[in-house]
Design a protein around this ligand. Structure first.
Ligand code: PMT
Length: 402
C-alpha cells in the first residue's frame, strides 16, 4: 500500500513481547513514516531506549520533563502533530490508566493529549486479559473509539499456553496502515452490512441456525466506517461485540432481516450481505415446547425469501449489492450462479471447508467475482483485510459506473 509519510507515536510498555515492538518500529521506518517512541520505565528494563532511538532515528521520550529543542513540552508537541498513537505491547496497567484518564507518566500523558486515532495491541497472561476489571477497561476504551488488535493464543511469559500473546507484527502493521488510510473513499456513502446467523424457531426454545460468528460482516462494517461511510450493521446473534461508531440493529429470523433491509434499501448506496441466512424455516411454530412423544419427529420446512435476489430485483438507483457464497464444493461454479441469480454486482466466494476460511475464525480465503467476468483470488488474509479488499472492489465498481 502506498501512502504519504505519517507521524506515528509508538508507545511501548513493559511486556515480554517488546521485541516485536522493535521490529514494528523498524518496519514503520522502512515504510517511510516518522516514528517517535515513548517508553514506560518498565519497558526500559527490558529493552534499552538506545535501540529504539537508533531504529526510529528520533529521540525516545522517557520522562514528561525531558527537554526538547522547542519551548513546547515535548509530549504536547508530539501529541499535536501525530497521525496515530499505537501502543505495542500494551499491559493491563496502561489500559487501566487510559480507561480512567490517568496521566502520571510520559506515555499515559501522551495518550490523553493526542487527538489522532489510537491503536492498542495488548499482551498479557490469559487470566489477566480475562479479568473482569481489565475486560471492563478494554470495553470502555473500545466504546470511546480506541482500536484494538486483539491478542492471540500461544506461549505466554508464564510458560503456559493461552490467549494473551501479542498479535503478529504483520497484523499490527496491517491495522496501522488501515487506520492511516486517509483516502476515506466511502465518505458520504450509506452502507448496509448484514452479519451473523439467522435463527428459525421451531418452538420458544429451539431453532435452526448455523455457525456464523458475525466476524466477517463486522469486519466489513468496521472497514466501511474507517473509510468514511455511514454504516448500518444488521446483525443476527453474533459472538463478538459490534464495532463502535456503527449503527447496529439486531434481528433473529430471515424475515426480520428482510424487513430491516427493505426499510433502508432505497436510501442506501451499498449493501454487503455477509450474514449466513437460512434458506428454510419451520412451516409451523409451536407456541409450547415440543414434547418427546414419538420415536421420530419430522419438521416440515418452507422456503425463506432469497433476500439478496429480492434486493437485486429492486435496485433503482444503481445500488451496489455484494453477496457472499458459502460453498463446500464447486466453489466458483456455484458462486457464479449466485452472482447471476441474485443480480449481485460482486460475489465473495468462500470455501467454508478450507483451513483458515469461512465460519468463526479470524481469517478467510476468498475469490471475488463480478458481472464483467473479472475474478480475483485472494490469499489467506485476516477478515479485516478481506473486508478492505472487498471494499476496494466496490470503490472500483462505483468509479466504473460513474
Ligand atoms: O460470520 P463468520 O463466522 O465470520 O463467517 C463468515 C461467513 C462464512 C458466514 C461468510 O463469509 C459467508 O459466507 N456468508 C454468507 C453465508 C450464506 O448464507 O451463504 P449462501 O451461499 O447460502 O448465500 C449467498 C448469499 O445470499 C449470501 O450473501 C446470503 O446473505 C444471501 N442469502 C442467502 C439465503 C437467503 N435466503 N437470502 C439471502 O439473501
Amino acid at each position: 500500500m502506498t501512502q504519504e509519510n505519517k507521524t506515528i507515536i509508538l508507545g511501548v510498555t513493559g511486556g515480554i513481547a517488546i521485541h516485536k515492538s522493535v521490529d514494528l518500529a523498524s518496519q514503520l521506518v522502512k515504510q517511510g513514516h516518522s516514528v517517535h517512541v515513548v517508553m514506560t520505565e518498565n519497558a526500559t528494563r527490558l529493552v534499552q531506549p538506545t535501540q529504539f532511538q537508533v531504529i526510529s532515528r528520533n529521540p525516545v521520550l522517557l520522562d514528561l520533563f525531558d527537554l526538547g529543542s522547542d519551548w513546547k513540552p515535548v509530549h504536547i508537541d508530539l501529541a499535536d502533530r501525530s497521525d496515530l498513537l499505537a501502543i505495542v505491547p500494551a499491559t493491563a496497567n496502561i489500559i487501566g490508566k487510559m480507561a480512567n484518564g490517568i496521566a502520571d507518566n510520559a506515555l499515559s500523558t501522551v495518550a490523553v493529549s493526542v487527538h489522532c486515532p489510537i491503536l492498542i495491541a495488548p499482551a498479557m497472561e490469559q487470566h489477566m486479559y480475562e479479568n473482569p476489571f481489565v475486560a471492563a477497561n478494554v470495553q470502555s476504551l473500545k466504546s470511546h473509539g480506541v482500536e484494538f488488535v486483539e491478542p492471540v493464543s500461544g506461549d505466554l511469559a508464564s510458560g503456559k499456553q493461552g490467549m494473551g500473546r501479542l498479535n503478529t507484527v504483520e497484523e499490527i502493521l496491517g491495522r496501522i496502515n488501515q487506520l492511516l488510510n486517509t483516502s476515506k473513499d466511502l465518505r458520504g456513502k450509506r452502507v448496509i452490512v448484514t452479519a451473523g446467523p439467522t435463527r428459525e424457531y421451531l418452538d420458544p426454545v429451539r431453532f435452526i441456525s448455523n455457525r456464523s460468528s458475525g466476524k466477517m460482516g463486522y469486519a466489513v462494517a468496521e472497514a466501511a466506517r474507517d473509510r468514511g461511510a455511514d454504516v448500518l450493521l444488521i446483525s443476527g446473534p453474533a459472538t463478538t461485540a459490534p464495532p463502535t461508531g456503527v449503527e447496529t440493529r439486531y434481528i433473529e429470523t430471515t424475515l426480520e432481516l428482510q424487513e430491516a433491509l427493505l426499510e433502508r434499501f432505497d436510501q442506501t448506496d451499498i449493501v454487503v450481505m455477509a450474514a449466513a441466512v437460512a434458506d428454510y424455516r419451520p412451516q409451523a411454530f409451536s407456541p409450547n415446547k415440543i414434547k418427546k412423544t414419538t420415536d421420530q419427529l419430522n419438521i416440515p420446512l418452507e422456503q425463506n425469501p432469497d433476500i439478496a435476489q429480492v434486493l437485486g430485483e429492486r435496485k433503482k438507483r444503481g445500488q451496489i449489492t455484494v453477496g457472499f457464497a458459502a460453498e463446500t464444493n464447486d466453489l466458483l461454479e456455484n458462486a457464479q450462479r449466485k452472482l447471476v441469480k441474485k443480480n449481485c454486482d460482486l460475489i465473495v466466494a468462500n470455501d467454508v471447508l478450507a483451513e483458515g476460511a469461512g465460519f468463526e475464525g479470524d481469517t478467510n480465503i476468498v475469490t471475488l467475482l463480478d458481472q464483467s467476468g473479472h475474478r480475483e483470488q485472494l490469499p489467506l488474509l485476516s477478515k479485516r483485510e478481506v473486508a478492505d479488499r472487498i471494499l476496494d472492489r466496490v470503490v472500483d465498481l462505483i468509479q466504473e459506473g460513474d
